[in-house]
Design a protein around this ligand. Structure first.
Ligand SMILES: Cc1cc2nc3c(=O)[nH]c(=O)nc-3n(C[C@H](O)[C@H](O)[C@H](O)COP(=O)(O)OP(=O)(O)OC[C@H]3O[C@@H](n4cnc5c(N)ncnc54)[C@H](O)[C@@H]3O)c2cc1C
Length: 439
């Protein structure tokens, strides 16, 4: 692993260091190819490292993601470029050329030893985005406990330039004058694994997100449920009360033509059911209700998972929630139309979770000639027989970059993309293939 800024040649570029990118990089590296992973966050791991447990097996997400992150970081043939912006990705003369800018961490990555002395010395407390904003971090900090690389990042929006971190650093790594560093990478092939973001639900004011105090989104609930979460237990954010009744609002920003998001995001039913099961373990006396349009339990073992949730006493109400507002005593008031013909009903819950849909995290326009579909995810012209092929020769796609996907499908696609990229390299560049064969 390194963060140097030279022009470098690799066999393959992987754009995005989430679970899809890590798997594709590991599979290519294990085939003997050299791989550069370009990640825009300060750590690899993507969304999966931020989850609590994962359906349908309820494995601890960080226990199964951290080894992949570490394996990529320590792999002889994989180089991680984190905290980097991809400025251009073009094919020229049979090679893929990437222009990248290393954003300043204001900490020299080669000198930082991850000791956190800067973090302890910093007097500025800021909301921690890695904990859903529920707890605080410092203006200079390692992003989260198992981040890779373990290098601190200074946030210039909050830094007071008091100098304490610089004085506390035992290796002289803090550098207030660090500048963005442009560099170039070239390779024979590229795999795009840029993943997803959650729907911008503030665009739908009826849901009151950001205004109703105890209305959170599903990624925030992942943090509340995580063993190393902000409170170490599930409390509602406004007053620290253990919630007695929790609601899930399904299809919030999915299957919603009014938001230009007509598609199903595929994972929201399952993650809501998973979280409800975890909540019933954490808060055995709480009532948990999932307001849903249809339950889509499409994968292996998923229907059984849904039935287990029903058997555990989780309530499923077939209804479309139309509006959300603040109720009395910190309650969240839902207005919904139940499909049993009862008309519009209201219900108050101590805490409510928006099961947000998935939208693409990256728009290639102006950066790369990749095309996107009507849903704005990367277009795959042969979705059945070539699901990892894009319209561009030698550039492949995997995971949620091509459309909403669970981890099982993401891993399968990443392996497929690595195999396709390896075959492409072998066909186009026998020298890369023979180097890989002897590696
Ligand atoms: C609340 C919630 C709970 C979930 N729970 C489960 C579960 O229990 N089980 C399950 O199977 N699935 C679950 N999922 C789905 C799971 O998160 C996805 O399947 C998985 O994260 C997809 O991995 P990915 O690598 O394709 O994308 P991501 O995890 O989004 O990773 C993409 C990476 O690419 C980086 N990136 C983006 N753009 C760029 C760029 N331009 N340049 C460089 N890097 C870039 C991002 O920073 C990120 O690190 C859940 C999803 C949500 C929202």
């Amino acid at each position: 692993m390194d963060d140097h800024h030279h022009d470098r040649n690799f066999d393959a570029l992987v754009i995005g260091g989430g679970i899809a990118g890590l798997q594709a990089a590991l599979d290519l590296g294990d085939q003997g190819f050299t791989v550069a992973v370009i990640e825009r966050d300060a750590s690899v791991g993507g969304k999966m490292i931020r989850l609590s447990k994962v359906f349908p097996t309820l494995d601890c997400a960080s226990c199964i993601t951290t080894p992949k992150m570490a394996a990529a970081a320590h792999h002889d043939r994989i180089t991680l470029f984190t905290y980097c912006d991809l400025k251009s990705l073009q094919r020229q003369n049979g090679r893929v050329h990437a222009k990248v800018v290393q954003r300043p961490r204001y900490v020299n990555a080669d000198k930082c030893i991850g000791c956190r002395q800067c973090e302890y010395a910093c007097p500025v407390m800021v909301p921690d985005p890695e904990q859903g904003g529920f707890s605080a971090t410092k203006a200079i900090a390692i992003p989260f406990s198992n981040a890779i690389p373990q290098v601190a990042v200074l946030d210039p929006r909050h830094c007071m330039l008091c100098g304490r971190c610089e004085r506390a650093c035992p290796t002289g790594a803090v550098d207030y004058f660090q500048q963005p560093q442009p560099f170039s990478l070239t390779a024979g092939t590229a795999v795009v694994t840029t993943g997803f973001e959650m729907t911008a639900i503030a665009d739908k004011p009826q849901y009151g997100f950001g205004k109703v105090p105890n209305l959170i989104d599903a990624l925030q609930m992942e943090r509340l449920l995580a063993p190393h979460g902000p409170y170490n237990r599930v409390l509602r954010p406004s007053d620290g009360k253990a919630p007695d009744s929790i609601a899930y609002i399904q299809c919030a920003g999915s299957r919603d033509k009014s938001m230009g998001l007509p598609y199903c995001s595929r994972v929201c039913c399952m993650y809501a059911i998973k979280q409800a099961m975890l909540l019933s373990g954490a808060l055995p006396l709480a009532d948990i209700t999932i307001y849903y349009m249809d339950i889509r339990a499409f994968g292996k073992g998923y229907e059984q998972f849904f039935q287990n949730a029903q058997a555990m006493g989780i309530n499923f109400v077939k209804a479309k929630v139309a509006a959300v507002e603040a109720g009395p005593d910190g309650a969240v008031r839902l207005h919904y139309e139940a499909q049993d013909g009862e008309g519009v009903t209201t219900a108050d819950h101590d805490l409510a979770v928006l099961s947000l849909g998935l939208v693409p995290a990256w728009d290639p326009s102006g950066i790369c000639p990749l095309t996107t579909g009507a849903d704005r995810f990367i277009h795959t012209p042969r979705p059945k027989l070539g699901p990892v092929q894009t319209g561009l020769a030698g550039i492949f796609v995997a995971g949620a970059a091509a459309g909403p996907k669970d981890i099982v499908d993401t891993i399968a696609e990443a392996g497929n993309a690595a195999m396709a990229a390896g075959q492409y390299l072998t066909a186009m560049s026998p020298s890369a293939a023979s180097r890989a064969a002897v590696a």
